[in-house]
Design a protein around this ligand. Structure first.
Ligand SMILES: [Zn+2]
Length: 115
C-alpha cells in the first residue's frame, strides 16, 4: 500500500520568516492524503498543512509560528475546502468481483441442480 499527500492548495504568505526574516519566502501548502493499493485508489479525509520558507528552505513547524503567521494560517484554513473523499476500484478489483459473482452463480446453480 502506498500512502502519499498531494497538494490541494498553495498560498504565499507575506509574513516574515522566523528563521531568515525574509518576507517573500513563506509558502503555506495544504495537502490531502491519498492511498493507492493494488485494488483501489482512495482520497481520504486526512489533511495536513505545512509552511515552508523558499528563501532559506526551512520547514516552519507550528512551534515556530508567530502570532501573525497563526492569524494568516487560520484565515487560509477557514477558506480551505478539501477534496471530497472518494475511492475508485481498479481493474483488478473489478476482475475479482466479477470472478466472485461467476463463482457464486456457479455454486448456486450447482446447489439448485443437485436437489
Ligand atoms: Zn526563511
Amino acid at each position: 500500500m502506498e500512502e502519499r499527500f498531494f497538494t490541494v492548495k498553495e498560498a504565499t504568505l507575506n509574513n516574515n520568516c522566523p528563521e531568515c526574516y525574509n518576507n517573500t519566502g513563506l509558502h503555506l501548502t495544504f495537502k490531502q492524503k491519498f492511498i493507492e493499493t493494488k485494488l483501489y485508489k482512495s482520497i481520504t479525509n486526512e489533511t495536513s498543512q505545512e509552511i515552508e520558507c523558499k528563501v532559506c528552505n526551512t520547514i516552519i513547524y507550528p512551534a515556530r509560528w508567530t502570532d501573525d503567521i497563526d492569524r494568516v494560517y487560520n484565515y487560509h484554513q477557514r477558506a480551505f475546502i478539501p477534496k471530497k473523499a472518494s475511492t475508485k476500484l481498479k481493474q483488478l478489483a473489478w476482475l475479482i468481483i466479477g470472478i466472485s459473482i461467476v463463482v457464486a452463480a456457479g455454486i448456486i446453480t450447482a446447489l439448485v441442480l443437485w436437489q
